[in-house]
Design a protein around this ligand. Structure first.
Ligand code: FES
Length: 108
């Protein structure tokens, strides 16, 4: 079992995830409110930024919601990835909010 640390909706969650399981499925099994939609790589609702950790990403996905460039920059679809180590991930919504707060703080 790996440990997933997830930031979603301004909250932090920690939960176990089996090596062959997606962080999205593991979270849903534990009633953790991970944003979700199609669960097949087609809607982008489960998009995350990987802050730390190693993982495999299934290449079958909608490029509209996760481009090759994003994939290379450690963005991922949580329904299409499996952990290879402990993971620290943040939902795209929380990540963008954090980035704009940082930019705002730098300006002031
Ligand atoms: S739930 Fe739709 S892309 Fe992951």
């Amino acid at each position: 079992m790996y440990k997933v640390t997830l930031k979603a909706r301004n909250q932090q969650f920690e939960y176990p995830c089996a090596p062959g399981q997606t962080p999205l499925r593991a979270a849903r099994n534990q009633f953790i409110p991970f944003p979700t939609g199609c669960q097949q790589g087609g809607c982008g609702m489960c998009k995350v930024k990987v802050l730390d950790g190693e993982y495999n990403h299934d290449l079958t996905r909608s490029h509209e919601y996760l481009s090759d460039e994003e994939l290379n920059n450690r963005y991922a679809l949580a329904c299409c990835m499996t952990p290879k180590s402990d993971l620290n991930i943040i939902t795209i919504e929380d990540y963008e909010k954090q980035q704009s707060e940082l930019a705002e703080a730098v300006k002031n």
